[in-house]
Design a protein around this ligand. Structure first.
Ligand SMILES: Nc1nc2c([nH]c(=O)n2[C@@H]2O[C@H](COP(=O)(O)OP(=O)(O)OP(=O)(O)O)[C@@H](O)[C@H]2O)c(=O)[nH]1
Length: 338
């Protein structure tokens, strides 16, 4: 299928920021050229009455201000706002974004879709893509949302995406100054447990113990190397120790040397692996047994060869990185030892 998105605005460079693609949509940074279309869509009572900060009528100057503020918010690390566009037509259909709490652990979700684009599943598609990207790419622990109690469409989207209702309250909406309207609070926490797989696989795996070997690579400043599982893998976005499953007939040390070569492009000698600690954790679908070796000597510069982002982390900061459930008990031990 042809993709006209790249020729969407010939001669106009998109502002910096990620572009997220889904089956029919692209979520891209908002642009000064979007003001007219943004204003045409949002200046609608049916939209403004559902968006907390939208007055009605919605002045065109506010559309410009909002787009400018979105760019400033991204630059300052306060928010990630996106235009939602149909990939094939390049038409703006709505907006979706996340605003971060000060500690960046929480992100509040906001979105709206122009009325003529309702009932096509666009909100679900865009919000699903945004939440998957956010957990895979940002250090957030949860995504929250506040929705007007009568906004059935939005409530359905959030429930479909496994958000859970955390409470009820009241909130002022700019379109009805002086009134507090009933709202529902929702949250979706980062999943740190391995996902449930097909029943057949679960039957085989449930009783099985999976042996995975991992390394705490320590650099000269005493920092530990963590790798972030890339988008598209199970538990995407979580930070882990480099390593992987043993192949048949392999010793843990040989498997670790192979994984370090394959994943990071490092050459390490098994003689430099010192047994340190192990994780033993019951995930829903398998039991993980993971010996962790310390290693301070290797050859080469670590590179994320499988698309994973890498970080050298001071022991005192390890707890700030979201990790698989199995890894969490290891952190205090590493911190005390280093
Ligand atoms: N390497 C590594 N794996 C870990 C850690 N903690 C933890 O729960 N695991 C789990 O151990 C398993 C390691 O498998 P892996 O990296 O070889 O392979 P994978 O499941 O990502 O993908 P694959 O089966 O397609 O190769 C995964 O289920 C992973 O989530 C960790 O700190 N390092």
């Amino acid at each position: 299928m042809p993709d006209l998105f790249d020729s969407l605005m010939p001669g106009v460079a998109l502002p910096p920021g990620p572009v997220l693609r889904s089956a029919r949509l692209a979520l891209r940074p908002l642009h000064g050229e979007d003001v007219a279309a943004f204003h045409r869509l949002i200046n609608d009572w049916d939209i403004c009455r559902r968006v907390p900060d939208a007055p009605f009528p919605y002045p065109e100057s506010q559309a410009q201000d909002w787009i400018d503020a979105a760019a400033a918010g991204r630059e300052a690390g306060r928010a990630e706002q996106f235009a939602i566009v149909e990939t094939l037509s390049g038409t703006l259909v709505g907006c979706a974004g996340l605003t971060f709490s000060k500690d960046r652990k929480d992100a509040e979700l906001g979105y709206w879709i122009g009325r003529q684009y309702w009932r096509q599943g666009y909100a679900l598609e865009a919000v699903r893509r945004l939440t998957e990207w956010a957990f895979a790419s940002l250090p957030i622990a949860q995504i929250t949302a506040v929705v007007a109690a009568d906004n059935e469409g939005s409530l359905a989207v959030l429930r479909h995406l496994s958000f859970t209702q955390t409470g009820k309250g009241h909130r002022v909406f700019s379109c009805r100054p002086g009134q507090k309207l009933p709202v529902r609070h929702f949250a979706l926490a980062r999943d740190v447990e391995a996902p449930v797989e097909t029943p057949a696989l679960v039957a085989v795996q449930k009783s099985a113990t999976l042996l995975v070997v991992a390394a705490a690579l320590i650099d000269q400043q005493g920092r530990v190397l963590l790798a972030r599982r890339p988008e598209g893998r199970k538990m995407a976005g979580l930070w882990e120790f480099p390593g992987g499953k043993l192949e048949p007939g392999e010793t843990p040390e040989a498997a670790l040397a192979r994984e370090l070569r394959e994943e990071l492009g490092l050459e390490a000698d098994p003689k430099d692996f010192a047994p340190f600690v192990f994780a033993s954790h019951a995930y829903d679908t398998f039991h993980l047994l993971m010996p962790v070796f310390l290693c301070r000597r290797w050859q080469g510069e670590p590179q994320g060869r499988e698309g994973q982002k890498l970080a050298w982390v001071a022991p005192g900061n390890l707890a700030e990185y979201p990790m698989p459930a199995a890894d969490r008990p290891l952190i205090p031990m590493l911190r005390d030892f280093l």
